[in-house]
Ligand binder design. Structure first.
Ligand code: NDP
Length: 486
């Protein structure tokens, strides 16, 4: 049985209260380990350690020195690839085939990309005329924002956490991370890698626990944290924003979505099916960018539904170690309850169940896992909760449309605005439609294709701010103007 401790000021420590909670393997329902639950004491110690480290060597290091250390962090993750893979798959149940391509390599890449980026970013400079004719020179310098609270979700635990920690550290900040209570392992393991890479004590801290009235809330209420970066549900984002308002702390929020896929009759059907299968069912549908609403132009509607059904039914449901499996369980039985409540809602609202709709039969040793069938519906009205609310499960509703204008209106009809995917071989249409979709990211003939130098974030209720590339600097640094009268 593992004992999962906090990582504070360069050391693994338990909770003063002795309180722990269980970390459960969602593939079989078995307990992986006992996780220490942080109280205000541990959160406060972690914040103090981060503040002290900021004043120590980390805050004074050159960008190049920090970059070298962060490269060692990335290399350290790669060197212990199998351990990270095992930990991530134990916590999430996701297929190793998926996590070995996405979660772990991208988690490592997040340290190198931002460390390198920082080395090459220029700041602005303006010469200015003054009445005495001597002039003045303005130039910008960037300084770390300070202590950053990082609150991350369970769907891509290492990837989404390092997506924040990588740029935060590259910019010279120190962090206190609160991973989801469902997925504490990789954030903890990263503490060992940080130590081995020579990251000074206090720069990277991890406190475990729950959200409300626990570590998450204690962190967001802590007065000595300068800014918060959060990925998770829109409602939690609102709570964090309220907490951060005290003391006027900045927030970067990457929140929920109810993303639309738009499939035009002039699409390449093979590409559209392959892409929509991934966007609806990858990671058991637990991807914020995933497609839960699919709009298909009427002439190809029946063919599209039939082919997506065939694709969904060909997915191989199984545990992480099964090399043939490409479809794992949901993250927890609690989350399955939520997803199944929408499956029931779809029936109550009169949906046609094209495929799935319930829990698959699993062998006895996996029966305690959070398994659910990939599910496709048609026939719901646009106001059904199944079509308007984020389910975060392996499911989508498909609806026909007749005109481009109608498709755009449908895609934009909800308060969310995270991502969208358009499938068409007509490039004028692709640009025209992409420009009108209200979302932070629009893919044309692809999905989940990410260049880390580009802006990432949601519009409307899907988030505030952009991270990625130089956009991360806006959040993780203070841009200061120095004005010199000559
Ligand atoms: P939650 O909002 O439930 O939780 C996210 C994190 O916030 C967890 O660590 C959670 O802790 C913590 N938390 C919860 N309540 C509070 C609180 N009151 N104060 C401080 N921290 C709190 O999201 P999920 O973990 O369920 O993740 C799924 C959600 O994330 C989906 O809505 C999805 O769309 C979104 N998401 C968005 C992405 C984006 O880039 N826009 C990317 C990936 C996911 P604990 O788990 O312990 O309760």
């Amino acid at each position: 049985m593992k004992e999962i401790k906090h990582f504070i000021n360069g050391a693994f420590v338990g909770s003063a209260s002795g309180r722990t909670f269980e970390d459960i393997n969602p593939a079989n329902g078995q307990v992986i380990g006992q996780v220490h639950e942080a109280g205000r004491v541990e959160v406060d110690t972690a914040v103090k350690a981060a503040r002290a480290a900021l004043k120590g060597p980390w805050g004074k290091m050159s960008v190049a020195e920090r970059a070298e250390i962060l490269h060692r962090v990335a290399d350290g993750i790669t060197a212990r690839f199998d351990e990270f893979l095992e930990a991530e798959c134990l916590d999430t149940g996701k297929p190793k085939s998926l996590a070995s391509h996405i979660d772990i390599p991208r988690g490592a890449a997040n340290f190198k990309v931002f460390a390198d980026l920082l080395k090459n970013v220029a700041n602005e400079a303006f010469e200015m005329a003054t009445p005495d004719g001597a002039g003045a020179l303005n130039y910008g310098v960037r300084r770390p924002k300070g202590v950053i609270g990082v609150i991350s979700p369970w769907n891509l635990p290492l990837l989404l956490m390092t997506w924040k920690v990588g740029p935060a550290l590259a910019c010279g900040n120190c962090v206190v991370v609160k991973p989801s209570e469902e997925t504490p392992l990789t954030a903890t393991l990263l503490g060992e890698v940080m130590q081995a890479a020579g990251v000074p004590a206090g720069v990277y801290n991890v406190v475990h626990g729950f959200g409300g009235d626990s570590a998450g809330a204690f962190l967001t209420e802590h007065p000595d944290v300068d800014a918060y970066t959060f990925t998770g549900e829109t409602g939690t984002g609102e709570t964090i924003m309220r907490a951060a308002a005290k003391g006027v702390r900045q927030v970067s929020l990457e929140l929920g979505g109810k993303n639309a896929g738009i499939v035009f009759a002039d699409c390449d059907m093979d590409k559209a099916i392959e892409g929509t299968l991934r966007s609806a069912f990858a990671n058991c549908g637990q991807v914020c960018l995933g497609t839960e609403r699919v709009y298909v132009e009427r002439p190809i509607f029946d063919e599209f539904v039939a082919r997506l059904k065939a694709g969904a039914e060909a997915l191989v449901i199984g545990p992480p170690d099964d090399a043939s499996s490409n479809f794992g369980p949901l993250v927890s039985l609690k989350h399955r309850e939520k997803v199944l409540s929408y499956y029931q809602q779809a029936l109550d609202d009169g949906a046609t169940v094209v495929t799935g709709g319930s829990v698959p039969d699993m062998p006895a040793h996996l029966a305690g896992g959070a398994w659910v069938q990939p599910t496709i519906w048609t026939g719901l009205t646009d106001d059904s909760a199944v079509v308007t609310e984020e389910i975060f499960g392996p499911c989508c509703h498909i609806r026909p449309f007749d005109t481009e204008e109608e498709a755009i209106e449908l895609a934009n009809s909800l308060p969310y605005g995270l991502a969208s995917a358009i499938w068409t071989e007509n490039s004028s249409r692709a640009h025209r439609v992409a420009g009108q979709i209200e979302a932070g990211i629009v893919w044309v003939n692809s999905w989940f294709l990410r260049d880390l130098r580009t802006a990432f974030g949601g519009s409307k209720q899907s988030g505030i701010g952009r991270e990625g590339g130089v956009h991360s600097l806006e959040f993780y640094t203070e841009l200061k103007n120095i004005c010199v009268k000559l």
